[in-house]
Design a protein around this ligand. Structure first.
Ligand SMILES: NC(=O)c1ccc[n+]([C@@H]2O[C@H](COP(=O)([O-])OP(=O)(O)OC[C@H]3O[C@@H](n4cnc5c(N)ncnc54)[C@H](OP(=O)(O)O)[C@@H]3O)[C@@H](O)[C@H]2O)c1
Length: 299
C-alpha cells in the first residue's frame, strides 16, 4: 500500500544493477518512492529504469559520481525530501588472509566501507533536514568471521561499527540508522565471489595450495549449498523496505532464518565457536581431506 506522503520522497539505492539492490529499487518504487538507482553501466541503467526508478551512474569509489549524486538530490526538480539512502553496493571474495594481496584488501575496503562512508557524508546534508534514514546493508559476515571470509568480514564488521557510531551521532538530528544483516540470498554475489577467489587462488604458491586449497574448496561448496537454500532477493528487499518505512525501525534486521540464528553465535566462547564453525565446514571438504581438515597446514 502506498502512503500519500511517500509519493513525494526520494530514496537512493547503491548497487542497483543486480540482486538485492535491483529488487529493493523496484520494491521501493512500488511503494511510491522516487528511487535514484545507482548503477555503473549504461546497459544496467537501461534495464533498471522504470516507473519510479531513475538510474544514475554511480561508482561509489568515484568522488565525481558521489558529488553528482549529492547535487542531483539537492536540486530535485520537484523538491522532494530524501527519505533514505540504502548503502547496498559491495564486492566479495572468500580468500585466506595470507593469500589476499594487500592491494585487493584496499580495493575491497574502498567499495565496502569507504565508498559507503563517502555516500553517507555526501547525503547527510539532505538527510538531516528531512529527518531521513541511513540503511546499511551488512551481512552475517559482520557478526561472525569464518575462515577465508577475513577480508569481506573485516569490511562488514567495520560497517557495523560505523553504523553504531553514526546512529549515536545522529540521534539528536533525527536521522535513523538501520543495519540489515542478510544470511544467504540467491543473487549473483556468490558466483562473482567464487570467480574472484578463483583468480587469486590460482596464484597461490605450492605451499599455500597445500595449506589452503582444500579450505577454499570447502568454503565455496558450503557457500554454494547455503545460497541454494537461501532466500530470494525479493525477500531481502521486503526487509529493507520495512527498514525505510517503519515508523520506529529496529537498529538491526536479519534477513532469513539462518541469519536470525548466526547473529547469536558470537555469544558462544571463542573456542566453542571455532569448533562449531569447523564442524559445519567439515562435510564440505573434498572427501579425502575431511578427517584431516584441521591438520592440512602440517602436511
Ligand atoms: N547475496 C548474499 O548472500 C548476501 C549475504 C549477506 C550480505 N549481502 C550483502 O547484500 C548487498 C547486495 O549483495 P547482492 O547479493 O545483491 O550482490 P550482487 O548481486 O553481487 O550485487 C552487488 C551490487 O554492488 C554493485 N557494486 C560493486 N562495486 C561497486 C562500486 N564500486 N560502486 C557501485 N556499485 C558497486 C554491483 O554493481 P556491478 O553490477 O556494476 O558490479 C551490484 O549492483 C551487499 O552489500 C552484500 O554484501 C549479500
Amino acid at each position: 500500500m502506498t502512503l500519500s506522503s511517500e509519493i513525494s520522497e526520494l530514496v537512493v539505492v547503491t548497487g542497483a544493477s543486480a540482486g538485492i539492490g535491483a529488487a529493493t529499487a523496484r520494491a521501493l518504487a512500488e511503494r511510491g518512492f522516487h528511487v535514484l538507482a545507482g548503477v555503473r553501466r549504461d546497459r544496467d541503467a537501461l534495464a533498471i529504469r522504470g516507473p519510479g526508478v531513475e538510474p544514475l551512474i554511480l561508482d561509489i569509489t568515484e568522488p565525481d559520481h558521489i558529488r553528482a549524486l549529492a547535487e542531483r538530490v539537492a536540486a530535485d526538480p520537484r523538491r522532494r525530501r530524501l527519505r533514505a539512502v540504502v548503502n547496498n553496493a559491495a564486492v566479495q571474495a572468500n580468500v585466506p588472509i595470507e593469500v589476499f594481496p594487500i592491494d585487493e584488501w584496499r580495493r575491497m575496503f574502498e567499495v565496502n566501507l569507504f565508498g559507503q562512508v563517502a555516500v553517507i557524508q555526501a547525503l547527510l546534508p539532505a538527510l538531516i533536514p528531512a529527518k531521513g534514514r541511513v540503511v546499511n546493508i551488512s551481512s552475517v559476515g559482520g557478526r561472525v568471521a569464518m575462515a577465508s571470509y577475513g577480508p569481506y568480514a573485516a569490511t562488514k564488521f567495520a560497517l557495523e561499527a560505523v553504523s553504531d557510531a553514526l546512529r549515536r551521532e545522529q540521534a539528536a538530528c533525527g536521522v535513523g540508522v538501520v543495519v540489515i544483516e542478510p544470511g544467504a540470498v540467491r543473487t549473483e554475489m556468490l558466483e562473482r565471489a567464487i570467480a574472484a577467489a578463483g583468480e587469486l587462488v590460482s596464484t597461490m604458491t605450492s605451499e599455500q595450495s597445500v595449506r589452503y586449497g582444500a579450505l577454499v574448496h570447502a568454503v565455496n561448496n558450503q557457500a554454494a549449498s547455503s545460497t541454494e537454500s537461501g532466500v530470494p532477493a525479493d525477500a531481502a528487499a521486503k526487509v529493507i523496505v520495512k527498514a525505510v518505512t517503519a515508523r520506529r525501525p529496529r537498529t538491526r534486521y536479519p534477513v532469513g532464518r539462518e541469519a536470525a540464528l548466526i547473529r547469536w553465535l558470537p555469544l558462544l566462547p571463542d573456542r566453542t565457536l571455532d569448533r562449531v564453525l569447523a564442524t559445519a565446514l567439515r562435510s564440505h571438504y573434498p572427501a579425502g581431506d575431511r578427517d584431516t581438515s584441521n591438520l592440512l597446514c602440517y602436511k
